[in-house]
Design a protein around this ligand. Structure first.
Ligand code: ADP
Ligand code: MG
Length: 249
């Protein structure tokens, strides 16, 4: 593989702001193809903002994101609070929403896509749940559905925002196995996580952020006590009225 192909996503001096108030400052680094990376950091550190910038939901205020991936080649699982579960749709159709690549936005869903969706539901342990309305599922079951959807999307890069927060231990274990399989298949996987033990035991790379990058590299180095202390100290200074970021002249 050439060096270019090995680079999945590169961040160059990335600053992302809401209404000119920066939530992520001057982050640079590379997510290598096939890497398995945890994003860690205090509440309000900019973790979700960083993922949204990578998927293209937010535009950089400064700097840029470089990759050669098409829209469907990045799979994204938003934080639970941002997903509407009251939508009256059943489990199978929810999974099929991950199949735009297979069906096209206006095409009918193919029989092959339906078969693949059923298989994905089996993989996440939800065989027999096809017709259940999503509103009737437990948090863990719903997260399994969203993982089945990602399985169907078959993306090269997968970004997960707090996939295991408020999820039962058994589901977490099963879904971590799917994450490990994705990694084994050479996909690039990134997950925002709060559980440091999970980070240390399952994620070889870590990006530690507290609005600014604190560390990005091998987990054992990045999650060193002095870095965690620094992250916490920086979080105490987070200020909702942070100064406005002026673009570099
Ligand atoms: P994390 O995911 O690390 O908890 P976020 O990326 O959600 O942090 O938020 C980083 C900062 O940006 C926080 O101060 C948050 O209040 C602010 N923020 C997040 N989303 C918005 C928004 N839609 N509008 C304005 N500010 C936002
Ligand atoms: Mg978040």
């Amino acid at each position: 593989m050439s060096a270019e192909r090995e680079t999945a996503i590169r961040l160059h001096n990335l600053t992302v702001a809401y209404d000119r108030h920066p939530a992520v400052h001057h982050v640079s680094g590379t997510l290598k193809t096939g890497s398995l990376t945890a994003i860690a950091g205090p509440n309000g550190a900019g973790k979700s903002t960083l993922l949204k910038a990578i998927v293209g939901e937010l535009k950089p205020a400064e700097g840029r994101i470089e990759h050669t991936l098409g829209r469907t080649e990045i799979g994204y699982l938003p934080q639970a609070a941002e997903i509407n579960r009251r939508f009256p749709i059943d489990v199978l159709d929810t999974v099929l929403l991950g199949a735009w690549k297979v069906s096209g936005a206006f095409g009918s869903v193919s029989r092959a896509a339906t078969a693949t969706a059923r298989e994905a539901l089996q993989t996440v342990g939800l065989e027999g749940f096809e017709k259940r309305p999503i509103g009737s599922l437990s948090a863990g079951q719903f997260q399994r559905v969203l993982f089945a959807r990602l399985l169907l999307q078959d993306a090269r890069v997968i970004l997960l925002d707090e996939p295991f927060t408020a999820i039962d231990a058994r589901t977490t274990r099963d879904l971590l196995e799917i994450v490990a399989n994705w990694h084994g298949e050479g996909r690039t996987v990134v997950a925002v996580l709060h559980d440091f033990d999970q980070v240390r035991s399952h994620f070889p790379e870590t990006l530690l952020i507290a609005r600014e990058l604190i560390g990005w590299g091998p987990t054992s180095e990045v999650m060193a006590p002095e870095n965690l202390l620094r992250a916490r100290a920086m979080a105490e200074r987070f200020d909702e009225n942070a100064e406005i970021c002026e673009p570099a002249a």
